[in-house]
Design a protein around this ligand. Structure first.
Ligand code: ZN
Length: 303
């Protein structure tokens, strides 16, 4: 792990997997933008912060996914860090029950086993109309970029550097990602496009890149997700239940599913593509003998 100076007082921790940006308030205190993975990244992040003599004054979270909020409670306990998140995302990760409600399909035991570090206590709730957030005497701009998660935000530091969280993925991640995730794909596309209207010095993508211009990246991200949706569409070559689609998708995308947890995660990712295909009317859902079956929508033939 290492620290990269992005611009002015805006820095990034490179964990290998992820960029975790931070803003230096003074020689000692920093505001983290997201806190990384609790299990695999905690030790490294904490060591880097200690070695530099920093205290985490606060954390502003882009969204409540486990690889972005995983060290919230750790730094809250260690440094009394103040945690800020959108009202909805804060609610989603506020308890075991809320995490279970958010992820659906997981038992409470499985939530405890896999999502424990996601549970977070939030001090400052960001409302959808809030455009600015003051923390440690400096002001961050908040740009709503929902879609990847229900109330995802991008955060602009006082150096005019924007952290876009998971609204975009880098070219490297696109090359490796079999099934990228979005909560609502069509909403995520609008947020991606919104980012290209920002006039910022630099754009930090969580997984993982720093760009001074993102126009091509936005277009390529949208094309990448649409191409994945097309491949899901193509495997549905007859009326299928969700489970049948999942089986076909696992085969088509050559995904290794060796645990119940992984199956649930992949299923959740796939369902967002199925939802999107229904939304754009490429798929039609029908009930057949008590089962929902999905089929390619018949195209009207012009006479
Ligand atoms: Zn995420």
């Amino acid at each position: 792990m290492e620290i990269i100076n992005v611009f002015g007082n805006t820095y990034c921790i490179d964990t290998g997997m992820t960029y975790i940006p931070f803003y230096k308030l003074n020689e000692k205190e920093i505001v983290l933008l997201d806190s990384g993975y609790g299990n695999s990244e905690r030790e490294g992040i904490n060591m880097l912060i200690d070695d530099n003599g920093y205290r985490v004054y606060g954390i502003i979270n882009s969204h409540a996914h486990i690889d972005h909020v995983g060290n919230n409670m750790f730094f809250k306990e260690k440094d009394k860090a103040i945690i800020a998140m959108t009202r909805l995302e804060a609610a989603l990760c506020s308890s075991e029950e809320s995490v279970k409600a958010y992820f659906g399909g997981h038992t409470l035991k499985s939530v405890r086993g896999h999502f424990e570090t996601m549970i977070s206590e939030t001090d400052i709730l960001i409302d959808s109309e809030d455009e600015l957030l003051e923390m440690g005497g400096v002001v961050f701009k908040i740009i709503p970029t929902p879609g990847h998660s229900p109330a995802h935000i991008s955060i602009i530091t006082p150096d005019n550097v924007v952290y876009v969280g998971d609204t975009l993925i880098s070219y490297e991640v696109m090359r490796g990602a079999k099934m990228p995730y979005a909560f609502i794909l069509s909403v995520d596309f609008l947020s991606k496009k919104k980012l290209s209207t920002l006039n910022c010095e630099h754009f930090i993508v969580a997984h993982k890149g720093i760009y001074s211009n993102i126009e091509n990246l936005v277009d390529d991200n949208i094309a990448f997700y649409k191409h994945r949706a097309q491949r899901v569409y193509d495997v549905i070559n007859k009326p299928m239940t969700l489970e049948e689609i999942l089986r076909a998708v696992i085969c088509e995308f050559d995904i290794n599913v060796k645990s119940i947890h992984k199956q649930r995660v992949i299923n959740r990712m796939m369902c967002s593509f199925v939802d999107y295909l229904i939304e754009i009317e490429q798929l039609t859902a029908e009930i057949e003998n008590g089962f929902i079956k999905y089929r390619q929508t018949e195209k009207e033939t012009s006479v």
